[in-house]
Design a protein around this ligand. Sequence first.
Ligand code: MN
Length: 197
Amino acid sequence: MLIPDCPELELIDGFYDSIESARLYQRLLHEQNWPDNRYIVAGRQFILPRLQTWHADPGIRYSYSNNLLETRPWTPLLSGIRTQVESCLNFPFNSVLVNLYRTGEDYVGWHSDNEQELGNQPFIASLTLGSERHLHFRHKKSSDLGQLLLPNGSLLVMKPNFQHDWLHSIPIDPDITEGRINLTFRKVIPAGKEPVD
Ligand SMILES: [Mn+2]
């Protein structure tokens, strides 16, 4: 399904059915060994409003959020999901950022996933497991606004121009009491391999 307000997004609803989505959510919730969300940056404590883990192929380095995250290997569970996402989209990913929004109080503020390590054509696939949350997006120049509900088991494809032209966020939703786990599959370009514009 293309999103009328934003041609750079495509939502694949029901990528996993509700039973498989619930099973994957429960396994990730209990098996991910979630780290503390308090970090020290430049001597000051910083509390991330969600829990995160970062997994990548050997040799992949990423300076996401000032190196807050250690790089972990792929787990068999994450590898299996990756294989299914890759074969659906016919695109090779080499890393995944896993976010746990514990309740509707957890959120992510306005940002683009345009770190240099993602190269100039960042293609990202975002899997939602658990509670539905709204993705908000805002055009960087026109300030056009849109929003999209991300259902349990859906896969959101973010094409490269989405990161170039739009900011996105998951705002607080106080009505939501259950968690959401979001897997964003990415392709980090190894250092020195950055294609020239
Ligand atoms: Mn993002």
